[in-house]
Design a protein around this ligand. Structure first.
Ligand code: ZN
Length: 244
């Protein structure tokens, strides 16, 4: 089976449309969305609608939790908090109810899906560096052989062994072989932060056990212009051009 895993759409319709087109070309059997469908971007309703149609499973991200009343976000920095307030005002009640219903994690066979770290998924802890991957060592026995995460908006692959060591695997074509356990961070569709402005997603082939990282260009100017025209901080548009 070929599973597409995407995350952190962040209400960026233009990026999501291009990812959908790419998934059509790449022939996938199943799509899983790891959360943060909304927040930062200017198209929350359209993105909820499309993700609901596209993904067989969608998980709860911290932004989704915030706008659907499942998480206090008063401690967020001003611009992020204002973007969440703006999103709450825009969202259709039906999409809010959907976001509120989303699970923190999903497990299918030997694969776990989670927005942030799978250990305490409601805490939305980040795993984007090998040191953070190493902190999972005490939990090694209960980790799935393969875990897909989002949240950091970075593309990363870590391999963990039973002795507690972790390796940062470079490359965009990763073979999940041997007895180690793997943490795959799939990057972001709508707000990449690795200085590559293209939308990101991965495809996992469960037969070959290969994860391929994909990037697709999209109409950044259109996405950014919508943010500039809305009552959102300009930086949420500007950063899309830089991929940060
Ligand atoms: Zn996010």
């Amino acid at each position: 089976m070929r599973i597409a895993v995407l995350s952190d759409v962040h209400a960026n319709l233009e990026a999501l449309v291009e990812v959908e087109a790419a998934l059509g070309r790449l022939r996938v059997d199943r799509v899983v969305c790891l959360g943060d469908v909304v927040g930062y971007g200017a198209s929350p309703n359209a993105c909820c609608e499309r993700v609901r149609a596209l993904a067989s499973t969608t998980l709860l991200g911290n932004h989704d939790a915030a706008v659907s009343g499942r998480m206090d976000y008063t401690y967020y920095y001003d611009a992020a908090r204002q973007a969440l307030d703006w999103t709450v005002r825009q969202l259709d009640p039906d999409h809010v109810a959907w976001l509120r219903s989303l699970p923190y994690t999903h497990r299918a066979d030997d694969v776990t899906f989670s927005h942030g770290s799978p250990i305490l998924p409601g805490d939305f802890d980040y795993i984007f560096a090998v040191e953070q991957a190493r902190e999972l060592a005490p939990h090694f026995p209960r980790l799935s052989p393969v875990t897909f995460i989002g949240h950091s908006h970075l593309c990363k692959a870590f391999a963990l062994d039973a002795r507690g060591d972790a390796e940062d695997l470079a490359g965009t074509h990763v073979l999940l072989d041997g007895t180690r356990k793997f943490i795959l961070s799939v990057g972001s569709v709508g707000q990449p932060r690795d200085y590559d402005s293209r939308a990101s997603f991965v495809i996992y082939d469960t037969e070959t056990r290969v994860v391929d990282f994909h990037r697709v260009p999209y109409d950044i100017e259109a996405a950014a212009q919508k943010i500039f025209d809305a009552d959102l901080a300009l930086n949420f548009g500007k950063r899309l051009f830089l991929g940060v």
